[in-house]
Design a protein around this ligand. Structure first.
Ligand SMILES: CC(C)=CCC/C(C)=C/CC/C(C)=C/CC/C(C)=C/COP(=O)(O)OP(=O)(O)O
Ligand SMILES: O=P(O)(O)OC[C@@H](O)CO
Ligand SMILES: [Mg+2]
Length: 241
């Protein structure tokens, strides 16, 4: 049978699924277009950790021009898949390979449950971007994060594991292809291994974990708990990772 996705080059999700199935861990560096000049961006992309498998581009408050420029530079200097991780529908660049089509499941703000998604359609409709429906769950990381400020929602407390698991499963039942557990950029406390384990054993779609992961030890612990893809932003930006 002809596989329309593979044929059209849209294989980010298939590859992630395959990797998750084979316990082959994936690793993404998040580039926040607000934080880079062209020169530093090129330097950083040339010095990615060797086990990097994906590049994410996004931030809570980034403009379209900044996103566009960042994606162009990244595409010029790496063959890794470049995936948009938008805080807003304006952060879309058709030159990326794919987009995490986020729904903020941990909050109840209609703007981030459906309005942003509707506003993005005109841009996405005639693009070649691989659109990956993603349930985005914000979990308390010990400080008020940019995502909370921008979205006017509250993170779920880490102790409420049951609520977090139910939120993730509700996402899967409504058709999300990925679940992203997010402690927030620069979190003091990353998502606990208890939460990662509980969510991973409940869902059957790949699991992304990010926020406050600064050391190889934390990375390893997240993988061992069941994360399929771990995202690091701040620590890499600061040259600490
Ligand atoms: C589907 C489309 C087009 C948009 C989705 C819009 C939604 C639902 C967004 C979720 C809420 C949100 C604001 C997410 C931001 C995600 C993100 C890029 C986080 C990384 O940014 P940070 O690094 O946390 O923040 P800073 O910009 O402060 O560094
Ligand atoms: O910047 P850090 O803390 O690594 O967080 C990465 C990412 O999950 C934020 O959305
Ligand atoms: Mg950031």
């Amino acid at each position: 049978m002809i596989d329309e996705f593979t044929q059209s080059g849209k294989r980010i999700y298939k590859d992630l699924q395959e990797a998750a199935k084979n316990q082959k861990k994936c690793f993404a560096i998040l580039f926040d277009p607000e934080e880079h000049s062209e020169d530093t961006l090129i330097q950083q992309v040339l010095h990615l950790p060797e086990f990097t498998t994906h590049i994410l581009v996004g931030g809570s408050t980034v403009t379209q021009t900044q996103t566009q420029l960042t994606v162009q530079i990244l595409k010029k200097h790496t063959d890794l898949p470049v995936i948009l991780f938008p805080g807003d529908y304006k952060q879309i660049s058709k030159e990326a390979d794919g987009i995490l089509f986020l729904t903020l499941l941990s909050g109840e703000n209609p703007e981030y449950l459906i309005r942003q998604q509707i506003k993005s359609v005109k841009q996405l409709q005639h693009s070649d971007l691989e659109i990956i429906p993603t349930g985005y769950i914000l979990i308390d990381g010990g400080i008020k994060t940019a995502v909370e400020r921008v979205s006017h929602t509250q993170a779920l407390p880490q102790h409420d594991v049951e609520r977090i698991v139910s939120t993730a499963l509700a996402g899967e039942y409504s058709g999300k292809k990925l679940i992203y557990l997010e402690a927030g950029s620069g979190a003091l406390k990353s998502v606990s291994t208890e939460i990662i384990q509980a969510v991973k054993s409940a869902i059957s779609i790949p699991l992304i974990v990010g926020g406050g992961i600064r050391t190889p030890l934390k990375l390893q612990q997240a993988y061992e708990a069941g994360a399929d893809l771990v995202v690091v932003g701040t620590a890499f930006e600061k040259g600490e990772f």
